[in-house]
Design a protein around this ligand. Structure first.
Ligand SMILES: Nc1nc2c(c(=O)[nH]1)N[C@H]1C(S)=C(S)[C@@H](COP(=O)(O)O)O[C@H]1N2
Ligand SMILES: [Mo]
Length: 316
């Protein structure tokens, strides 16, 4: 379970701040960024990932990043269970080395990439993005990675390529819920090629200055900040370029609930609940108010032009 804000006593806060300062002095992690000084939890003690701040418009969120403990303790990663606490408890079995990513389909340069070669392809940047789950909670995470576009340009899509499909690992030996009837496995997602090429679409290898924790989709995942969280596939092993719109795991499971586009849209309710507001992780005390959900999750200025002329109620 992730801690309720109401459970954090003033004394615990002081204690945590003291620990954070100790970390800073010991040089662990990358606590030297301004937002991190106020972190109330220690970071994950995972290997640090060198990066610079991003210049991409929209990548410098105004909201304060969520506590590391919330971002890593309250997750959806159905390969490891359906409770929010399951991925943190179970994902330790995921084996992230060696790791390869296959580039397939309509590209001039298909092939298998070793993780290390992929990571060396672009300059690592820190991008502070909101991520909103379709279930009505959200968080703000300082991701580390680079635009997916850098990889796409390298593999040279053919003129016939119109969509990009992302395939997550599905290893029943290390992922206890692969095989459950929740979803069809492997977990798959997809974007239109122009969405995949948008500079905000991030190939993420880290967060909070460190490599990704397993429960957050190590060793690499997508982050598409203007879409509901399920579009951001974790632990990717295959990227396929297609002419036709690919099937996606959630769309196959419940097509009337999870469309292909799934842009965050407070005006389009989920069939079973409103999407007008959201609960920010770490702000769930009794008195905390829900936040109004923003169109395109707050990235309207950057991405709305991708959808001009489209009826986003029909293409939800
Ligand atoms: N492979 C895979 N990717 C996935 C999921 C999943 O179950 N399996 N869950 C999605 C959902 S519903 C959300 S909200 C985000 C959550 O990312 P986070 O755990 O880093 O917050 O991951 C998405 N990517
Ligand atoms: Mo989600």
């Amino acid at each position: 379970m992730h801690p309720q804000a109401s459970e954090i006593t003033p004394r615990a806060l002081v204690e945590n701040r003291r620990q954070a300062l100790q970390h800073l002095l010991l040089g662990a992690g990358t606590l030297a960024t301004p937002w991190a000084i106020g972190q109330t939890q220690a970071l994950g003690k995972l290997p640090a990932l060198a990066h610079k701040p991003s210049q991409v418009p929209g990548a410098q969120a105004l909201d304060k990043p969520s506590a590391y403990q919330d971002a890593t303790g309250y997750n959806n990663f159905y390969e490891f269970g359906t409770d929010k606490s399951d991925p943190a408890a179970n994902a330790h079995t995921l084996k992230t080395t060696p790791w390869t990513v296959d580039i397939e389909g309509l590209v001039k340069k298909p092939g298998r990439w070793a993780l290390e070669d992929l990571m060396a392809l672009g300059a690592m940047e820190e991008r502070i993005y909101r991520l909103r789950c379709v279930e009505g909670w959200s968080m703000v995470i300082p991701w580390v990675g680079f635009s997916l576009a850098e990889l796409i340009r390298k593999v040279e899509p053919l003129g016939s390529a119109k969509f990009v499909e992302f395939v997550s690992l599905a290893d029943p030996k290390t992922m206890p819920f692969v095989g459950s009837r929740m979803l069809q496995w492997p977990y798959t997602e997809g974007l239109r090629l122009d969405e995949a090429l948008h500079p905000l679409t991030l190939l993420a290898f880290g967060m909070y200055g460190e490599v990704l924790p397993k429960q957050n989709g190590a060793p690499l995942r997508l982050v598409v900040p203007w879409k509901y969280g399920f579009k951001s596939a974790k632990s990717i092993v295959k990227i396929r370029f297609t002419e036709k719109q690919p099937a996606t795991a959630w769309n196959q499971a419940a097509p009337q609930e999870y469309g292909f586009y799934s842009n965050v849209n407070p005006a389009v309710d989920h069939p079973r609940w409103s999407q007008a507001s959201e609960r920010r992780l770490g702000e769930d005390g009794l008195l905390a108010k829900r936040r109004k959900t923003l169109p395109f999750n707050g990235y309207e200025a950057q991405v709305a032009s991708l959808y001009t002329g489209m009826d986003l109620k029909k293409y939800y």
